[in-house]
Design a protein around this ligand. Structure first.
Ligand SMILES: [Zn+2]
Ligand SMILES: [Zn+2]
Length: 384
């Protein structure tokens, strides 16, 4: 099954999506997916850049001297057991394309095939980026480190949206997705018999106070005008009913849009954690694991993506920012551009074991991204 550009692009791209859907691969393990992409792109005579990427790849279309734009999709899947019952459901137990990155890959491959047909007319070059490891939040950093986006003047990416019906398109200027950071907290007390807590230092009561007090980072220490979410999502401590454990571990996440506020959070949390631990006679420590920053769309390019969407027949919506994360933010910190949502719903939410996309949304999105890339080249050319 080779997606050569024939009249029935829609069906070919659906085949591509199903092929990938059957054999999902987790972040940085996308070897088969990358091999298939190489095969399909090579068959279409699209050149693939020689880059130090173990998985994922960047292809390039166009010969002309002139501006370079990039269109990007992500290719990884999730450690989720699929429960859709689809005839092309995951054949790999415990892994699933539950975020629709198979949809994204089919769309961007379709755009590449369409752009290849117009290669001689393109007033510049289009880099077509199939990015690994979006779900870990760090794949974009490997791509940037590979040097494959050198000279790119504008970059565009997509996510399918189960909330938007097929035929609709959503984006906004400014923050679209949140900064996503992860934390772990270790609370160390002194173990004791449950009947005689005075002989120990109760790590559980201390952890409970820390959890409660951490909410004041949001409710009392951050302005109500800038959204912050702090969620403790895991508590580990204790083995049985009559022993106070020595240690409790907590884990969670903080979501923000404002970079200044984001940077102030670890210090605020540390103050609370260490203060409460000291009051209890315990010790506590915060481990902070920074993820992607907020995805901040550049206003000019966000408006441009909407303009092209309206021309291509989409119903265009301004969507509110989302508290989820997206590592496309790493590109937008260095390259102007915009991230957009393509309606492929209604469906179960992203990461749900019954998540699915409307395949009818694939081909129009491929045509959209081909137009968007070409139109962006023209716009940049006119500016130069
Ligand atoms: Zn996801
Ligand atoms: Zn995703």
């Amino acid at each position: 099954m080779a997606p050569k550009l024939e009249t029935d692009l829609a069906n070919q791209l659906i085949d591509v999506r199903r092929n990938l859907h059957r054999e999902p691969e987790l972040s940085y393990e996308e070897f088969r997916t990358t091999a298939k992409l190489r095969e399909w792109l090579t068959e279409a005579e699209i050149r693939i850049l020689d880059l130090p990427l173990a998985t994922g790849l960047i292809a390039e279309i166009g010969h002309a001297e002139g501006p370079v734009v990039a269109i990007r999709c992500d290719i990884d899947a999730l450690p989720i057991e699929e429960q859709t019952g689809l005839p092309f459901a995951s054949e790999i137990s415990g892994k699933m394309h539950a975020c629709g990155h198979d949809f994204h890959t089919a769309v961007i491959l379709g755009a590449a095939l369409l752009l290849k047909e117009r290669e001689s007319e393109l007033p510049g070059k289009v880099r077509v980026l199939f990015q690994p490891a979006e779900e870990t939040g760090h794949g974009a950093e490997s791509v940037l480190a590979s040097g494959g986006l050198k000279d790119v003047a504008a970059i565009f990416g997509l996510h399918n949206s189960p909330e938007l019906p097929t035929g609709t398109f959503g984006t906004r200027s400014g923050a679209l997705t949140a900064g996503v950071d992860r934390f772990e907290i270790t609370v160390k007390g002194v173990g004791a018999h449950a009947a005689t807590p005075e002989n120990g230092v109760d790590a559980i009561v201390t952890a409970a106070q820390i959890i409660t007090m951490l909410q004041t980072v949001v409710s009392r220490q951050s302005t109500a005008l800038e959204p912050v979410v702090l969620s403790v999502t895991r508590i580990n401590g204790g083995f049985t009913w009559n022993v106070l454990p020595e240690k409790v571990e907590l884990e969670g996440t903080v979501r923000t849009y404002n970079e200044e506020i984001r940077r102030s959070i670890p210090e605020r949390m540390t103050r609370i954690i260490e203060g409460i631990a000291a009051a209890a006679g315990a010790e506590a420590e915060l481990h902070w694991y920074p993820g992607p920053a907020a995805t901040i769309n550049h206003a000019e390019w966000a408006d441009f993506t909407k303009e092209v969407a309206a021309e291509t027949g989409y119903e265009v919506r301004d969507i509110p920012p989302q508290m989820g994360g997206e590592d496309f933010s790493f590109y937008l910190q260095q390259i102007p551009g915009a991230f957009v949502n393509i309606g492929a719903g209604p469906a179960y939410p992203l990461h749900h074991p019954q998540f699915d996309v409307d395949e009818a949304a694939i081909e129009p999105a491929a045509r959209y991204f081909a137009s968007l890339a070409e139109r962006a080249l023209e716009k940049l050319q006119a500016k130069a």
